[in-house]
Design a protein around this ligand. Structure first.
Ligand SMILES: [Zn+2]
Length: 328
């Protein structure tokens, strides 16, 4: 009997871990798995490891490969999403001009689309998460860097050669901190989770006193954004200064996007959203100061809902909803 192709696989290829999900066309989840990327072993190993894990979760879910219509993969870029080729990825050593789409199709015999990972995360939230039924959404993922994704009129904005939405690398200060991309004063140098930790380290090395030093038992390198947050809620002055600086820059970065695109929703993702009101209340105030009343009143600033599954769910969602773009 011929099997109907009713399932899709979404894969989020990260520098440390890979997340894979099996979903149907409505985003209902039939299987999920997280496994190490083993990025240091090179592209061939990583791809075969993904293929093996996909085969396993399919059989665990009592699903046949013939029932899988498409696979979507979210990958770090820069990449050519039209051709499914990874041009290079900072956190994946040896990934230069990797034909990811072709390789996955060769091993699994399922038509595959490849998209930027930050785009996938925002698309997942728009599809079945915090941005469901909202057509103009911009997402900011605060982690080691700041990832961005833009959806206008329900469509992902990819740009002329698929490098749009690099919001983390828009400059807020051309004379500011040097970024790993080579530019100065990029948003992610001030508004990522790493930036929170780095600002605290900088101030403490310059002699500022703080309970942060006690929390990390004198080991400055152990300072993380979470440590700064702990110090903040216990009333530490230095942590408050660091946090205020983070909010000021994030607010300016988000406000620039609001003034440019007039979105209905801004979704903030990453572990930092666990700070709840300590993040969202001052952030909204900072954004309000830097936007027009008309653009501010229409926009909701909300936390992401899908957590670490957002990228994988979005990778499946984008190939389900925009198959023509990927030639599926
Ligand atoms: Zn940069």
């Amino acid at each position: 009997m011929k099997k109907t192709k009713k399932y899709y696989i979404g894969i989020d290829l990260g520098g440390t871990n890979v997340v894979a999900v099996i979903v149907d066309k409505n985003g209902k989840i039939y299987g999920k798995r997280q496994f190490p990327t083993f990025g240091e072993k090179g592209p061939e190993f990583v791809i075969k490891n993904i293929v093996n894990n996909v085969k396993e979760i399919i059989s665990e879910g009592r699903i046949f490969i013939e029932e899988i219509k498409n696979i979507g993969i979210g990958s770090p870029g820069p990449l050519d999403s039209k051709k499914g080729i990874i041009m290079g990825a900072v956190n994946l050593p040896g990934w230069r001009y990797v034909k990811l789409k072709k390789e996955i199709e060769k091993y699994l015999k399922v038509k595959t689309g490849v998209e930027n990972d930050a785009n996938c995360a925002v698309y997942g939230e728009k599809w079945i998460g915090a941005g469901k039924n909202v057509n103009n959404v911009v997402g900011f993922t605060l982690g080691t860097g700041v990832g961005g994704g833009i959806i206008i009129d329900g469509k992902l904005i990819r740009g002329a050669n698929y490098n749009a939405a690099e919001i983390g690398h828009t400059s807020l200060n051309p004379d500011g901190r040097l970024c790993k991309c080579g530019a100065h004063g990029c948003l992610e140098q001030y508004a990522s989770a790493s930036a929170i930790a780095n600002t605290a380290k900088e101030k403490i090395r310059n002699g500022s006193k703080s309970i942060i030093t006690e929390i990390v038992k004198g080991d400055i390198n152990k300072i993380t954004s979470k440590v700064v947050y702990e110090a903040l809620i216990s009333g530490d002055k230095l942590a408050k200064d660091v946090w205020d600086e983070f909010i000021k820059y994030l607010g300016a970065g988000v406000a620039n996007i609001i003034q440019t695109l007039n979105p209905e929703m801004i979704i903030i993702a990453g572990g930092v959203i666990n700070a709840g009101k300590y993040l969202f209340e001052p952030l909204k105030k900072a954004i309000k100061k830097q936007t027009f009343p008309q653009t501010y009143e229409i926009v909701k600033i909300v936390p992401a809902k899908l957590g670490e599954l957002a990228g994988a769910i979005g990778a499946a969602g984008i190939v389900i909803n925009e198959p023509d773009y990927y030639g599926l």
